[in-house]
Design a protein around this ligand. Structure first.
Ligand code: SD4
Length: 324
């Protein structure tokens, strides 16, 4: 059996940081395990607040974690003020809004779309890929063709505001993703329903002013999102190239499976980036929930936050970070 003891014995991530985080996690582990399985939703950044509300509507009416994870992030996909997700998302350097999204349920089913254009709700197309095709991932024109065949409508996703920002950017044309700015602002969501099942979703317009055709971590199962219903789930936000190189969300869930707490696992996955990659100029944030509903979050830089909703209370929480 994989227990916390095994995790520590194997020395997977016994670091001072982990030891400290163990102390700072709320309550002791026995108490955490005793907690009843109440519906719960967590999601990245400020826009997690309205997204959680939509997810809660479903969870509090005996809905499934999968439905909640899809409907929750759709709120942000449809919001033109959220310039890093869906409609109104900042475009690539040539002015194309290209979207990435994925979804995963408690049975281990997964669906994903990438480099999808002109469709407002890529998360719903990802769900259709999961449920209606023998595949996990469709990209570009193939994803668009599939979406249209499923009844989705083509729409212009570049808003006047995003177009203005892109035109301003073109003056210098410098690709420099900013830490915690709106162009690094994927919504990742994890839901647990009344049956204790976990599902997750992740959707983004990706890094603003990326190269045409660039795909980040968000549609990649294991990088932007991973769910193992026996153990936990994780989502990622930030500079996708770093999560892709470390398969971060899978790593977080795997560490939970080996006995780490959700908090320890997020910290260890950030530590992996710090140990292996040039991390200082980039932000990455991980958010995780274990099967008992305990949550964890950790980022490279300060400024990452997430929304957590339980018992109808929705609150924003600041994540801790490697750089203080
Ligand atoms: C990406 N992780 O495409 C996404 C973008 C993002 O906050 O902005 N995340 O790399």
């Amino acid at each position: 059996m994989n227990t916390r003891r095994t995790f520590l014995k194997n020395g997977v991530a016994v670091t001072a940081g982990l030891a400290m985080s163990t102390m700072s996690c709320s309550g002791n582990r026995k108490e955490q395990k005793k907690r009843s399985k109440k519906p719960k939703v967590i999601s990245t950044w400020n826009h997690g607040i309205p997204a959680n509300e939509a997810a809660w509507e479903i969870l509090s009416n005996q809905g499934t974690a999968l439905d909640a994870a899809e409907k929750g992030v759709m709120v942000v996909e449809a919001d033109p003020k959220s310039t890093s997700v869906g409609y109104g998302g900042l475009p690539d350097r040539d002015g194309n809004v290209t979207l990435d999204a994925c979804i995963m349920d408690h049975l281990g089913n997964a669906g994903s779309v990438s480099f999808l254009q002109s469709i407002k709700h890529p998360i719903s197309v990802a769900r259709k890929v999961m449920e209606e095709t023998p595949h996990v991932m469709l990209v570009g024109d193939g994803a668009l063709e599939f979406a249209l065949s499923q009844g989705f409508q083509k729409e212009e996703l570049l808003t006047e505001e995003s177009k203005k920002q892109w035109e301003k950017w073109k003056v210098e044309s410098e690709y420099m993703p900013a830490i915690n700015s709106e162009n690094h602002d994927t919504i990742g969501m994890i839901c647990q329903d009344q049956d204790g099942n976990l599902s997750g979703s992740c959707t983004t317009s990706g890094a603003a002013y990326k190269m045409y055709g660039r795909v980040g971590d968000s549609p990649i199962i294991g990088a932007g999102l991973y769910v193992d219903n026996d153990h936990g789930a994780a989502v990622a936000t930030g500079m996708g190239e770093l999560m892709l190189k470390t398969l971060g969300s899978f790593l977080v869930v795997e560490l939970i499976r080996q006995g780490a707490s959700a908090q320890e696992a997020c910290e260890a996955a950030i530590q992996r980036i710090v140990d292996k990659l040039d991390y200082k100029s980039f932000q990455v944030g991980y958010l995780a929930m274990d099967k008992a509903g305990n949550t964890g979050a950790y980022a490279i830089h300060p400024g990452f936050n997430y929304a957590e909703m339980i018992d109808g209370n929705n609150q924003l929480i600041d994540s801790r970070s490697f750089i203080k």
